[in-house]
Write a protein that binds this ligand. Structure first.
Ligand code: C2E
Ligand code: MG
Ligand code: MG
Length: 257
């Protein structure tokens, strides 16, 4: 309890300072490793503990609603980055909490406008939980955002409540296949993981949705996901999250959809 209180106080201080930074991890086309976009990942450069990943503090934030404030800091940095670079998309993680506020989409669009950032270069990553909670409201927000060029991708797909029955009703551009299945491809759960990835590919294919395989760490996994039909990937094999974007992004990629 003391640790959480400490963290919460630290979190508040960091929000008012410049403790939170977006790092960027490339998303690549598996055939030639060309970069099509990046995912923005939150890092906290903590005065005494060094660089922290969300796992070490996101629960504190999630419970106290501070994470929403932190997210807006990240979105502002990303909008600024988009305005001052050219190239592919940048995706941001949106916690289900944000969708409880129906002003979320407009606030995001205003932020982009103020930063003079092209909305077609921003994507949002949401989880299946967000689709289940408040489905009609989320549907409206996703449509609204898409109408302005902001596409949505479904994160950690396969681990949640897999809302398969109504996936087709939401304007989802891309499914991100959870890294646990990619890790599983090279282990004793290979058969099961392969079956899941194959099923996700078939589902996405028939709904006309793209996929990104998450957490590719070695060429063995790369080969297996390609054999299973994935065309895009993300993982340490292609680059760790870093403060800068990878140069040389293919621009035509972002104009689809
Ligand atoms: P996520 O959105 O699924 O992000 C992918 C996570 O996998 C990142 O962890 C990334 O560093 C890690 N990763 C990438 N490639 C590999 C790999 O090859 N192997 C392994 N083992 N891991 C890999 P990270 O940055 O620690 O973020 C964890 C989670 O925290 C994210 O999962 C996301 O749900 C959440 N998160 C990150 N940034 C934000 C943010 O700005 N806002 C919100 N609300 N949540 C965020
Ligand atoms: Mg994500
Ligand atoms: Mg993920």
């Amino acid at each position: 309890a003391m640790r959480i209180l400490d963290l919460e106080a630290d979190l508040r201080r960091a929000i008012n300072g410049d403790g939170f930074v977006a790092f960027y991890q490339p998303i690549v086309r598996l055939s030639d490793r060309s970069v099509v976009g990046h995912e923005a990942l939150l890092r906290w450069s903590h005065s005494s503990s060094g660089l922290l990943t969300p796992a070490s503090f996101v629960n504190v934030g999630e419970n106290s609603s501070l994470i929403e404030e932190v997210d807006w800091l990240v979105y502002a940095q990303v909008a600024d980055r988009i305005a001052h670079t050219s190239g592919g998309y940048i995706s941001v993680n949106v916690s289900p909490r944000h969708f409880r506020d129906s002003a979320f989409a407009d606030r995001l669009l205003r932020l982009l406008e103020k930063a003079k950032a092209d909305p077609r270069r921003l994507r949002i990553e949401i989880t299946e939980v967000a689709l289940l909670e408040e489905a009609p409201r989320v549907l409206n927000m996703l449509k609204h955002l898409r109408g302005h060029g902001v596409l949505a991708q479904l994160d950690d797909f396969g681990t949640g409540f897999s809302a398969l029955s109504y996936l087709h009703r939401f304007p989802i551009e891309c499914l991100k296949i959870d890294q646990s299945f990619i890790a599983g491809l090279g282990s004793e759960t290979r058969v099961e993981s392969e079956a899941v990835v194959r099923a996700i590919q078939a589902l996405a294919g028939s709904l006309g949705i793209h996929t990104v395989a998450e957490g590719i760490e070695n060429v063995h996994q790369q080969r297996l996901v390609r054999e299973l039909g994935c065309t895009l990937g993300q993982g340490y094999l292609y680059g760790r999250p870093l403060p800068e974007l990878v140069e040389g992004v293919q621009v035509e990629e972002i104009l689809v959809g």
